[in-house]
Design a protein around this ligand. Structure first.
Ligand code: BT5
Length: 325
């Protein structure tokens, strides 16, 4: 934890103010050093007031992502969020995580970018990432299971993100198989899980998540305005992205702990209760193949079980779902 993260943590913890002497003692640095860091934080846009009686008080934080701030907002991450990096611009945060993975970086590291020049969805589709308006981030995971179970990570991510958004904003969100979170039927979050594996072992998973936070409809290409939405559009107000990020990371870390404890079923049950696709007659398109049937449930690997007209159960692990009227 850096000095800046420790200062922000202390200021948030004591909204009534913390004296320079107190901060200096807690951090093991001089009062002059505390003052210098406070000045540096002010330059980053943190509104910190200094008064002789109350000491330093954090009045407002900028809506920019800073690794130190994100770390300071975490409770006690077990894995996801114990290391956080912020880039101003990148091709895709998934690319950076891929590089980290090859360099042997430990699982749990999270990369955010203020802007992505080549944000991507599945199957070569584009992910539009208006700079500074959303949370465009990826997580490196090294789960101990066979490649066939990798869909669990997408399920876990959708469950955690849906719960965090619901609890923070009160919005009613729904999960759409396999990787969308919708509000009023429009896409609010997209999830892209990419994997590197040997035949019987996952090497690593790159979990990429895009959340439209303060994206105004006018900032989206016309073709997306009818199908996409954002927290701003749904709630009518701007959100501090760091606050949303902290809630998402905490939920992801909690659910990754559930998965590691062998409790995927609890996650799958929660997913099923939030899913708009289950119980519906759907058509799943997988490349040239189309399968129709009734979406019944998730199996223990995170695959969707579809009951076809002929009564057979099909296991689906990808594809796009259209809901039949
Ligand atoms: C996804 O793909 O939904 C996965 C999106 C993952 C994005 C994150 S951002 C951080 C990380 N880095 C990346 O490069 N990607 C991940 P898919 O199910 O294929 O949906 C893609 C479709 O969503 C597009 O074809 C558009 O119709 C729509 N779309 C694109 N940008 C959007 C946005 N900002 N909000 C809502 N919908 C969008």
């Amino acid at each position: 934890v850096t000095t800046d993260a420790a200062i922000l943590h202390a200021l948030r913890h004591d909204p009534g103010g913390a004296s320079g002497a107190d901060l200096a003692r807690r951090l093991g640095i001089s009062r002059a050093a505390v003052w210098a860091r406070i000045e540096a934080l002010r330059e980053l846009g943190y509104d910190i007031e200094a008064s002789p009686h109350q000491g330093y008080q954090l009045l407002d934080s900028p809506d920019a992502l800073h690794a130190d701030d994100l770390i300071a907002r975490q409770r006690r991450p077990q894995i996801i969020g114990r290391d956080i990096r912020v880039f101003q611009e990148t091709t895709s945060t998934n690319d950076i995580i891929e590089r980290f993975a090859r360099d042997g970086v430990e699982e749990g590291v999270v990369v955010f970018a203020e802007s992505q020049t080549q944000g991507r969805g599945r199957l070569g589709r584009k992910w539009v990432s208006p700079p500074g308006r959303g949370l465009w981030f990826s997580v490196l995971l090294r789960p101990q299971f066979p490649p066939a179970a990798a869909t669990r990570i997408t399920i876990l991510a959708a469950t955690a993100v849906a719960r965090a958004v619901r609890e923070l904003t009160g919005l009613r969100v729904e999960i759409k198989w396999p990787n969308d979170i919708l509000a009023r039927g429009r896409k609010l979050v997209g999830i892209l899980t990419e994997m590197s594996a040997e035949p019987d072992r996952v090497r690593h998973v790159t979990l990429g998540i895009g959340v439209d936070v303060n994206v105004a409809a006018s900032e989206l290409p016309a073709a997306l305005r009818e199908v996409a939405t954002s927290l701003l559009e749904e709630t009518g107000r701007r959100w501090q992205r760091a606050e949303v990020a902290a809630a998402l990371l905490e939920a992801l870390d909690d659910d990754y702990a559930r998965l590691r404890d062998g409790n995927f079923r609890a996650i799958a049950d929660e997913w099923e209760s939030q899913c708009a696709t289950l119980g519906q007659n759907v058509v799943v398109e997988m490349g040239a193949r189309r399968i129709s049937g009734r979406a019944e449930s998730l199996d223990d690997d995170g695959a969707l079980l579809l009951r076809t007209q002929h009564g057979r159960l099909e296991r689906i692990i990808g594809g796009d779902v259209l809901i039949e009227k």
